[in-house]
Structures are given as structure tokens and as C-alpha cells.
Design a binder for this molecule. Sequence first.
Ligand SMILES: C[S@@+](CC[C@H](N)C(=O)[O-])C[C@H]1O[C@@H](n2cnc3c(N)ncnc32)[C@H](O)[C@@H]1O
Length: 286
Amino acid sequence: MFEMTTVTKHKTVHGKDIFKLTKSISSKPCFEDHKHNVILFNENCLKILSELPENSVDMIFADPPYFLSNGGFTCHAGRQVSVNKGKWDISKGIHENYQFTSDWLKACQRVLTPNGTIWVSGTSHIIYTVGYAMQVLGYKMLNNIAWFKVNPPPNLSCRYFTHSTETILWAAKNKHSKHYFDYPLMKKLNNNKQMLSMWSIKAPGREEKIYDKHPTQKPLKLLERIVLASTKPGDIVLDPFSGSSTTGLAACKEDRQYIGIELEKSYLNVSMKRFKDLFMEKKKKA
Ligand SMILES: C[S@@+](CC[C@H](N)C(=O)[O-])C[C@H]1O[C@@H](n2cnc3c(N)ncnc32)[C@H](O)[C@@H]1O
């Protein structure tokens, strides 16, 4: 069941406050926790982004529809299963897909702070469209991360190499941005060697999918690295395609503030359960 939760006690963190920022948004949030600085909206991201003040968000992680749900098949747990993720993932054709991509990237660029950055993940079905739209909009490309999934499902047709990577583009708002990168921490996390743009991280296992699973859930470890590399504690992180809120969990775990936007109620229910578990964990550690 979809339920609304509000926890009222809160404090501004480092002069930044997601609740002040979202106060004038016309849609009510479906979940807010003022102790942990988390707010979720059950809405179209274009609507919420258009109502947020410009230059207000430090970092965006976006995992948009891949538009790969085209009736094909993949392999799951040794069985042939449909690749269809949901209605939200059906392609509308190359031109409409581009228009949608350009619209949300433009809306994200407006709300990013001058030195803010955006990360966008995707497979070959959408990532070239994203890269092209980013260049047209004047984003400054910073890195092209190859996420190697380590344990990918086999390719059943045996007519292609096994798909085992996703691309994550990292870009700053524009050419004037002086982006933040926690180089020393990334080096420390990589046995004191410069961290490469090739990241070997397993797809999420059962332990990360204890509630109804999201078909394209990202591993928490991936999002933790992204949050730690590009934000400081108290910073504002936004995910326009929040899904099961993996970005939010990573942000909250590392004491950043989080604004999540998601169209599907069922995924927001999964998010809320995941947040509640994390809040309990944080309470135990405090
Ligand atoms: C690739 S999934 C994101 C998964 C997420 N990264 C996770 O770890 O759970 C994309 C999500 O975007 C949502 N979505 C699609 N179009 C949207 C829109 N216009 N506004 C908000 N959410 C949207 C879908 O319902 C889906 O959950």
C-alpha cells in the first residue's frame, strides 16, 4: 500500500535546506523525513524540475528509461525471460526519445548550481542520445565511466559478445564550472592508486532486493562511489528517475540531502521501505 509519511523535526545543513527549496512546489511530496533530509515526489520529473529554483542542486544522478523494452529476451537465473521493464521503458522512436532526453537534461541543467555536476547512466540504447544532447546543451563533459558488471547474464542468442558494461557520463553544468572531485578519497579507496574510469562492481544481489524489486535497480556501491566522489556532506543530491531510490540511500548514508522524483507508486513504496531500514541502521550506529 502507498502511504504518505512526514517527520517534522529538521535542521538546515551547511546553509542548504531541501525543504525550503521545495516549499513552493505545487505537488505534495509523498514522503519526507526532516531528520535525515529526504523528500520524494510521485510526479513527472519535468514538472518538479520546472518548479525548483535555478542554481539550487549540487549533484544529479539520472538513470533514465533505456528505451530497450522492445519484446526481446534475456537470461535470468538460467531461464529465458522477457526483457520488458515496464511501459515507461518502451521506445517512442528515435526523434521523440531525443526530444524527451533533451527536455529533461535542459531542466536538470537549469537547477544545477554553477559548479554542480550530473551523472547519467545508460546502455547503448540511449547513452549516445544522452551524450549528443549534453553536447548540444553545452554541458562540460568530465568523464566517461565504464561500469563493468562482473557477473552479467549470458547472451542466449550466441550472436553477440555478452553485454557486460554500462556507460555513466559525468558532466559539469557548463564550460565555466569548477567542479568538485574528491580525488584524495577516490585514491584512498583504490589502494592509494589513481582511480580509473573503469569500475568493476557487481549488479545488486538479493540482499539489496529484499522488497519488491525494481527491474533496473543500481548497486548501492556504485551510487556510494558517485556521491563520495562529487559531493560534500550536507550537499543537495537529486535523482529525476529515482526508481527504488538507490541514489537516495547512498546520499542519506553519507549525510547528503536527497530529492527523489518517480512516476510509479510501486517503486516509491520500495523506496520508503529501503529508507526506513537505513534510518534504523543509522540510529543503531549513532
Ligand atoms: C532506469 S529506472 C531507475 C532505477 C533506479 N536507478 C534504481 O536504482 O532503482 C528509471 C525510472 O524512471 C521512472 N520514470 C520514467 N519516466 C519518468 C518521468 N518522466 N518522471 C519521473 N520518473 C520517470 C520509471 O518509472 C523508472 O522507475
